[in-house]
Design a protein around this ligand. Structure first.
Ligand SMILES: Cc1cc2nc3c(=O)[nH]c(=O)nc-3n(C[C@H](O)[C@H](O)[C@H](O)COP(=O)(O)O)c2cc1C
Length: 199
């Protein structure tokens, strides 16, 4: 279905949620897998996949290790960009904005909802640091498993991030590569300006 300005909702997150549901229903393999691009203080870019964990207070949520490369990038430069791509529906969504950390309480709530194995791995892993071998990691996990037979504590350097969009672009595949692109740009008073981009 064509992406038409006249039918586009005033709130881009309404359209985002619709497209996300459509991607899930169309059988996308991992509709929540997104590319996160960051840059360090000198502007050197870096991109990787993370998992989209929902929208809260108009912000896009994901979780990671604060000491990882992305974590260090975001501490130095909180501007980041996200890309969603759902081939099953021919849709791409690009989001750009500033990122802040979630509270410890919110991070703990999500952390403890994860499988125990994933919690232990997060506690054992200083993400993105050089490790001598896989055996060292597996030993660390085994030791933590014994140390914390019940609750695995939230690692001090692990938690959630929230990206507040400055702009969101919706891209829809169309015939002959004359694709549709609608961009919502946040205005000064908090509303959104809608514009069409050439494909
Ligand atoms: C599909 C997919 C989902 C991923 N989800 C996450 C995630 O939610 N959080 C995370 O920290 N790493 C996730 N990763 C691993 C990251 O891509 C990356 O290897 C890791 O975060 C280290 O990145 P950095 O060194 O740039 O910080 C995921 C990888 C894939 C392939």
């Amino acid at each position: 279905m064509a992406l038409v300005e006249a039918r586009a909702p005033a709130d881009p997150l309404v359209l985002f949620r619709r497209w996300f549901r459509e991607a899930q229903r169309a059988g996308s393999l991992q509709p929540d897998a997104i590319t996160l691009a960051t840059a360090d203080a000198r502007g050197t870019p870096s991109a990787r996949m993370v998992l989209f964990k929902g929208i809260e207070k108009e912000r896009v949520l994901f979780y990671s290790n604060y000491g990882s490369r992305k974590g260090r990038d975001l501490a130095a430069n909180n501007r980041a960009a996200l890309v969603f791509y759902w081939s099953a529906t021919g849709h791409q969504v690009r989001v750009s904005g500033r990122v802040s950390r979630l509270s410890r309480a919110a991070s703990a709530a999500y952390f403890h909802s994860r499988p125990r194995g994933a919690q232990l791995s997060a506690l054992a892993s200083r993400q993105s640091r050089v490790v001598p071998s896989r055996a060292v990691l597996e030993k660390a996990v085994a030791e933590l498993d014994l140390l914390y037979p019940k609750t695995v504590p939230l690692p001090p350097d692990w938690g959630g991030y929230a990206l507040r969009p400055d702009w969101i672009e919706f891209w829809e595949h169309r015939a002959d590569r004359l694709h549709d692109r609608l961009r919502y740009v946040r205005g000064r008073e908090g509303g959104w300006r809608l514009e069409r981009l050439a494909p």
